[in-house]
Design a protein around this ligand. Sequence first.
Ligand code: ADP
Ligand code: MG
Length: 498
Amino acid sequence: MLSNKDFFNNIVMSMVEMLIVIHPDGKIRMANQSACNRLGYKEEELIGRHISMLCGEEEGEFSMEEINAIAFQGGRNVERKYKAKDGAILPVSCSCSVMFDGLQSITGMTFVAQDISERKQMEEKLLEYKNKLQDLVEIRTKELFDTTIRLKMEIAERRQAEEKYRDLFENAVDPIFIVGADMKYKDVNKRAIELFGYTKEEFLDMGIFDVIPPEQVPRSESEVEKLKKQGAYEKFIGKMRKKDGSYIDIEVSSSAIIENGTVVGSRDIVRDITERKQAEHKERMAELGAVAAKIAHDLRNPLVSIGGFAKRLKTKLSGPMEEQAGIILKETRRLESNLREILGFVREGNLQKKELDICSILEEIALLYQDELSERKIELTKKLEDPLMVRADSYHLKEALINVLTNAMQAVGADGRIGLVAGRNGVQVEIILSDSGPGINEKDLQQIFKPFFTTKVFGSGLGLTITRKIIQEHGGTIEAQTKLNSGTAFTIRLPAAT
Ligand SMILES: Nc1ncnc2c1ncn2[C@@H]1O[C@H](COP(=O)(O)OP(=O)(O)O)[C@@H](O)[C@H]1O
Ligand SMILES: [Mg+2]
């Protein structure tokens, strides 16, 4: 059985808390095992020494006033710092109490302290974490702010770029089409609408294959394949239909729209090359004209001589020989007229207009063809209401009228009738040249003004084409009225000069 003293000693010594008891003067009276172990002292090193040796530097002296103050105010769980033998500072939670004797005088004090270094470390770590977290939050907030600003700027830039692109697209001088993989139009610009006459909605309802001529389909399809493989093609030349049904010559350059590595459509820039084509055509015609002029020049002189000889021979010959000379004469005249038509067709340059009386021109022509008409027993009746003033190029106007007269003479054959009426109709001068020929069937009537349309074995098919061109260059019109088996009348209207 342990004595009371040993029993208490055992309790004290087995305490986890550090227990230090001091005398009223601050000298250490006892320290338990835990206190010795933690602070690194042997008990005898502490006994009799002043408690202040265990105080952390910043805590200062453990003065008696302080001790009293702690004792009477009651010190529970006060955080202090103990200094170990090796100088290490040990944070502790300390409770102290004052011991009295029977006479109520202080006999000493006990300090029960708990090592809180782990807790302190945790607290410090927590604080560190908290600070770190705070820093992180601050950094992230700043980053977020920066990103928001950058995003806002990017959006603004993108919007600007988009507007710029839209502007370029809309106001491009050439039509631009955005075409989907299904070959349907996804977007078209203003110029496309202007040039082709479809509304945007109408375009968005259509695709490439709705506006190209059928014969162009295979070529366009192979071009689309090329686009898919190569990403672009340049200068596809073809035709495209306007809303009014007419086709225009176009040149297309196209580039693929690629999304995630696949071609999802194309941007087609379409150029209207009608004018260029016309210029090319004009150039070709000019070249052809030069060649024709050279040939005409080379042919005309011998032709005139042949004609002259044939005419003279005809008067000297008789019988079949005279007839043959007549054929030579007729044929040279026909060749001359064809030659004149070809030259008229390829003619370049402006007209030399001046005021003139059209009746005198008609009289001149009648005189020129008098012999041939009477030879072929064609009756020409004239009804001219002179003077009929027009502003015209006399040479070319004569040529135009001769072409119509020649056709009439060829149409009626022998014993036919040709009528020539000219008069004023309001602000216009009207010339009607009618014949008693076979008339023109409806199908041919659609074609007679087209170049190279002829129903004659040796016809050039250029006469009426040239005539209409000349009449139009004078601001006039020409049209044909015809009745099968009873004849044809061509009406030419020109603006009157006065
Ligand atoms: N007065 C006419 N009567 C009947 N047919 C005509 C008459 N004038 C023109 N044609 C028809 O129009 C065609 C074209 O005439 P044109 O252009 O002068 O060429 P070409 O006389 O060389 O055939 C003629 O081939 C003919 O079929
Ligand atoms: Mg003719």
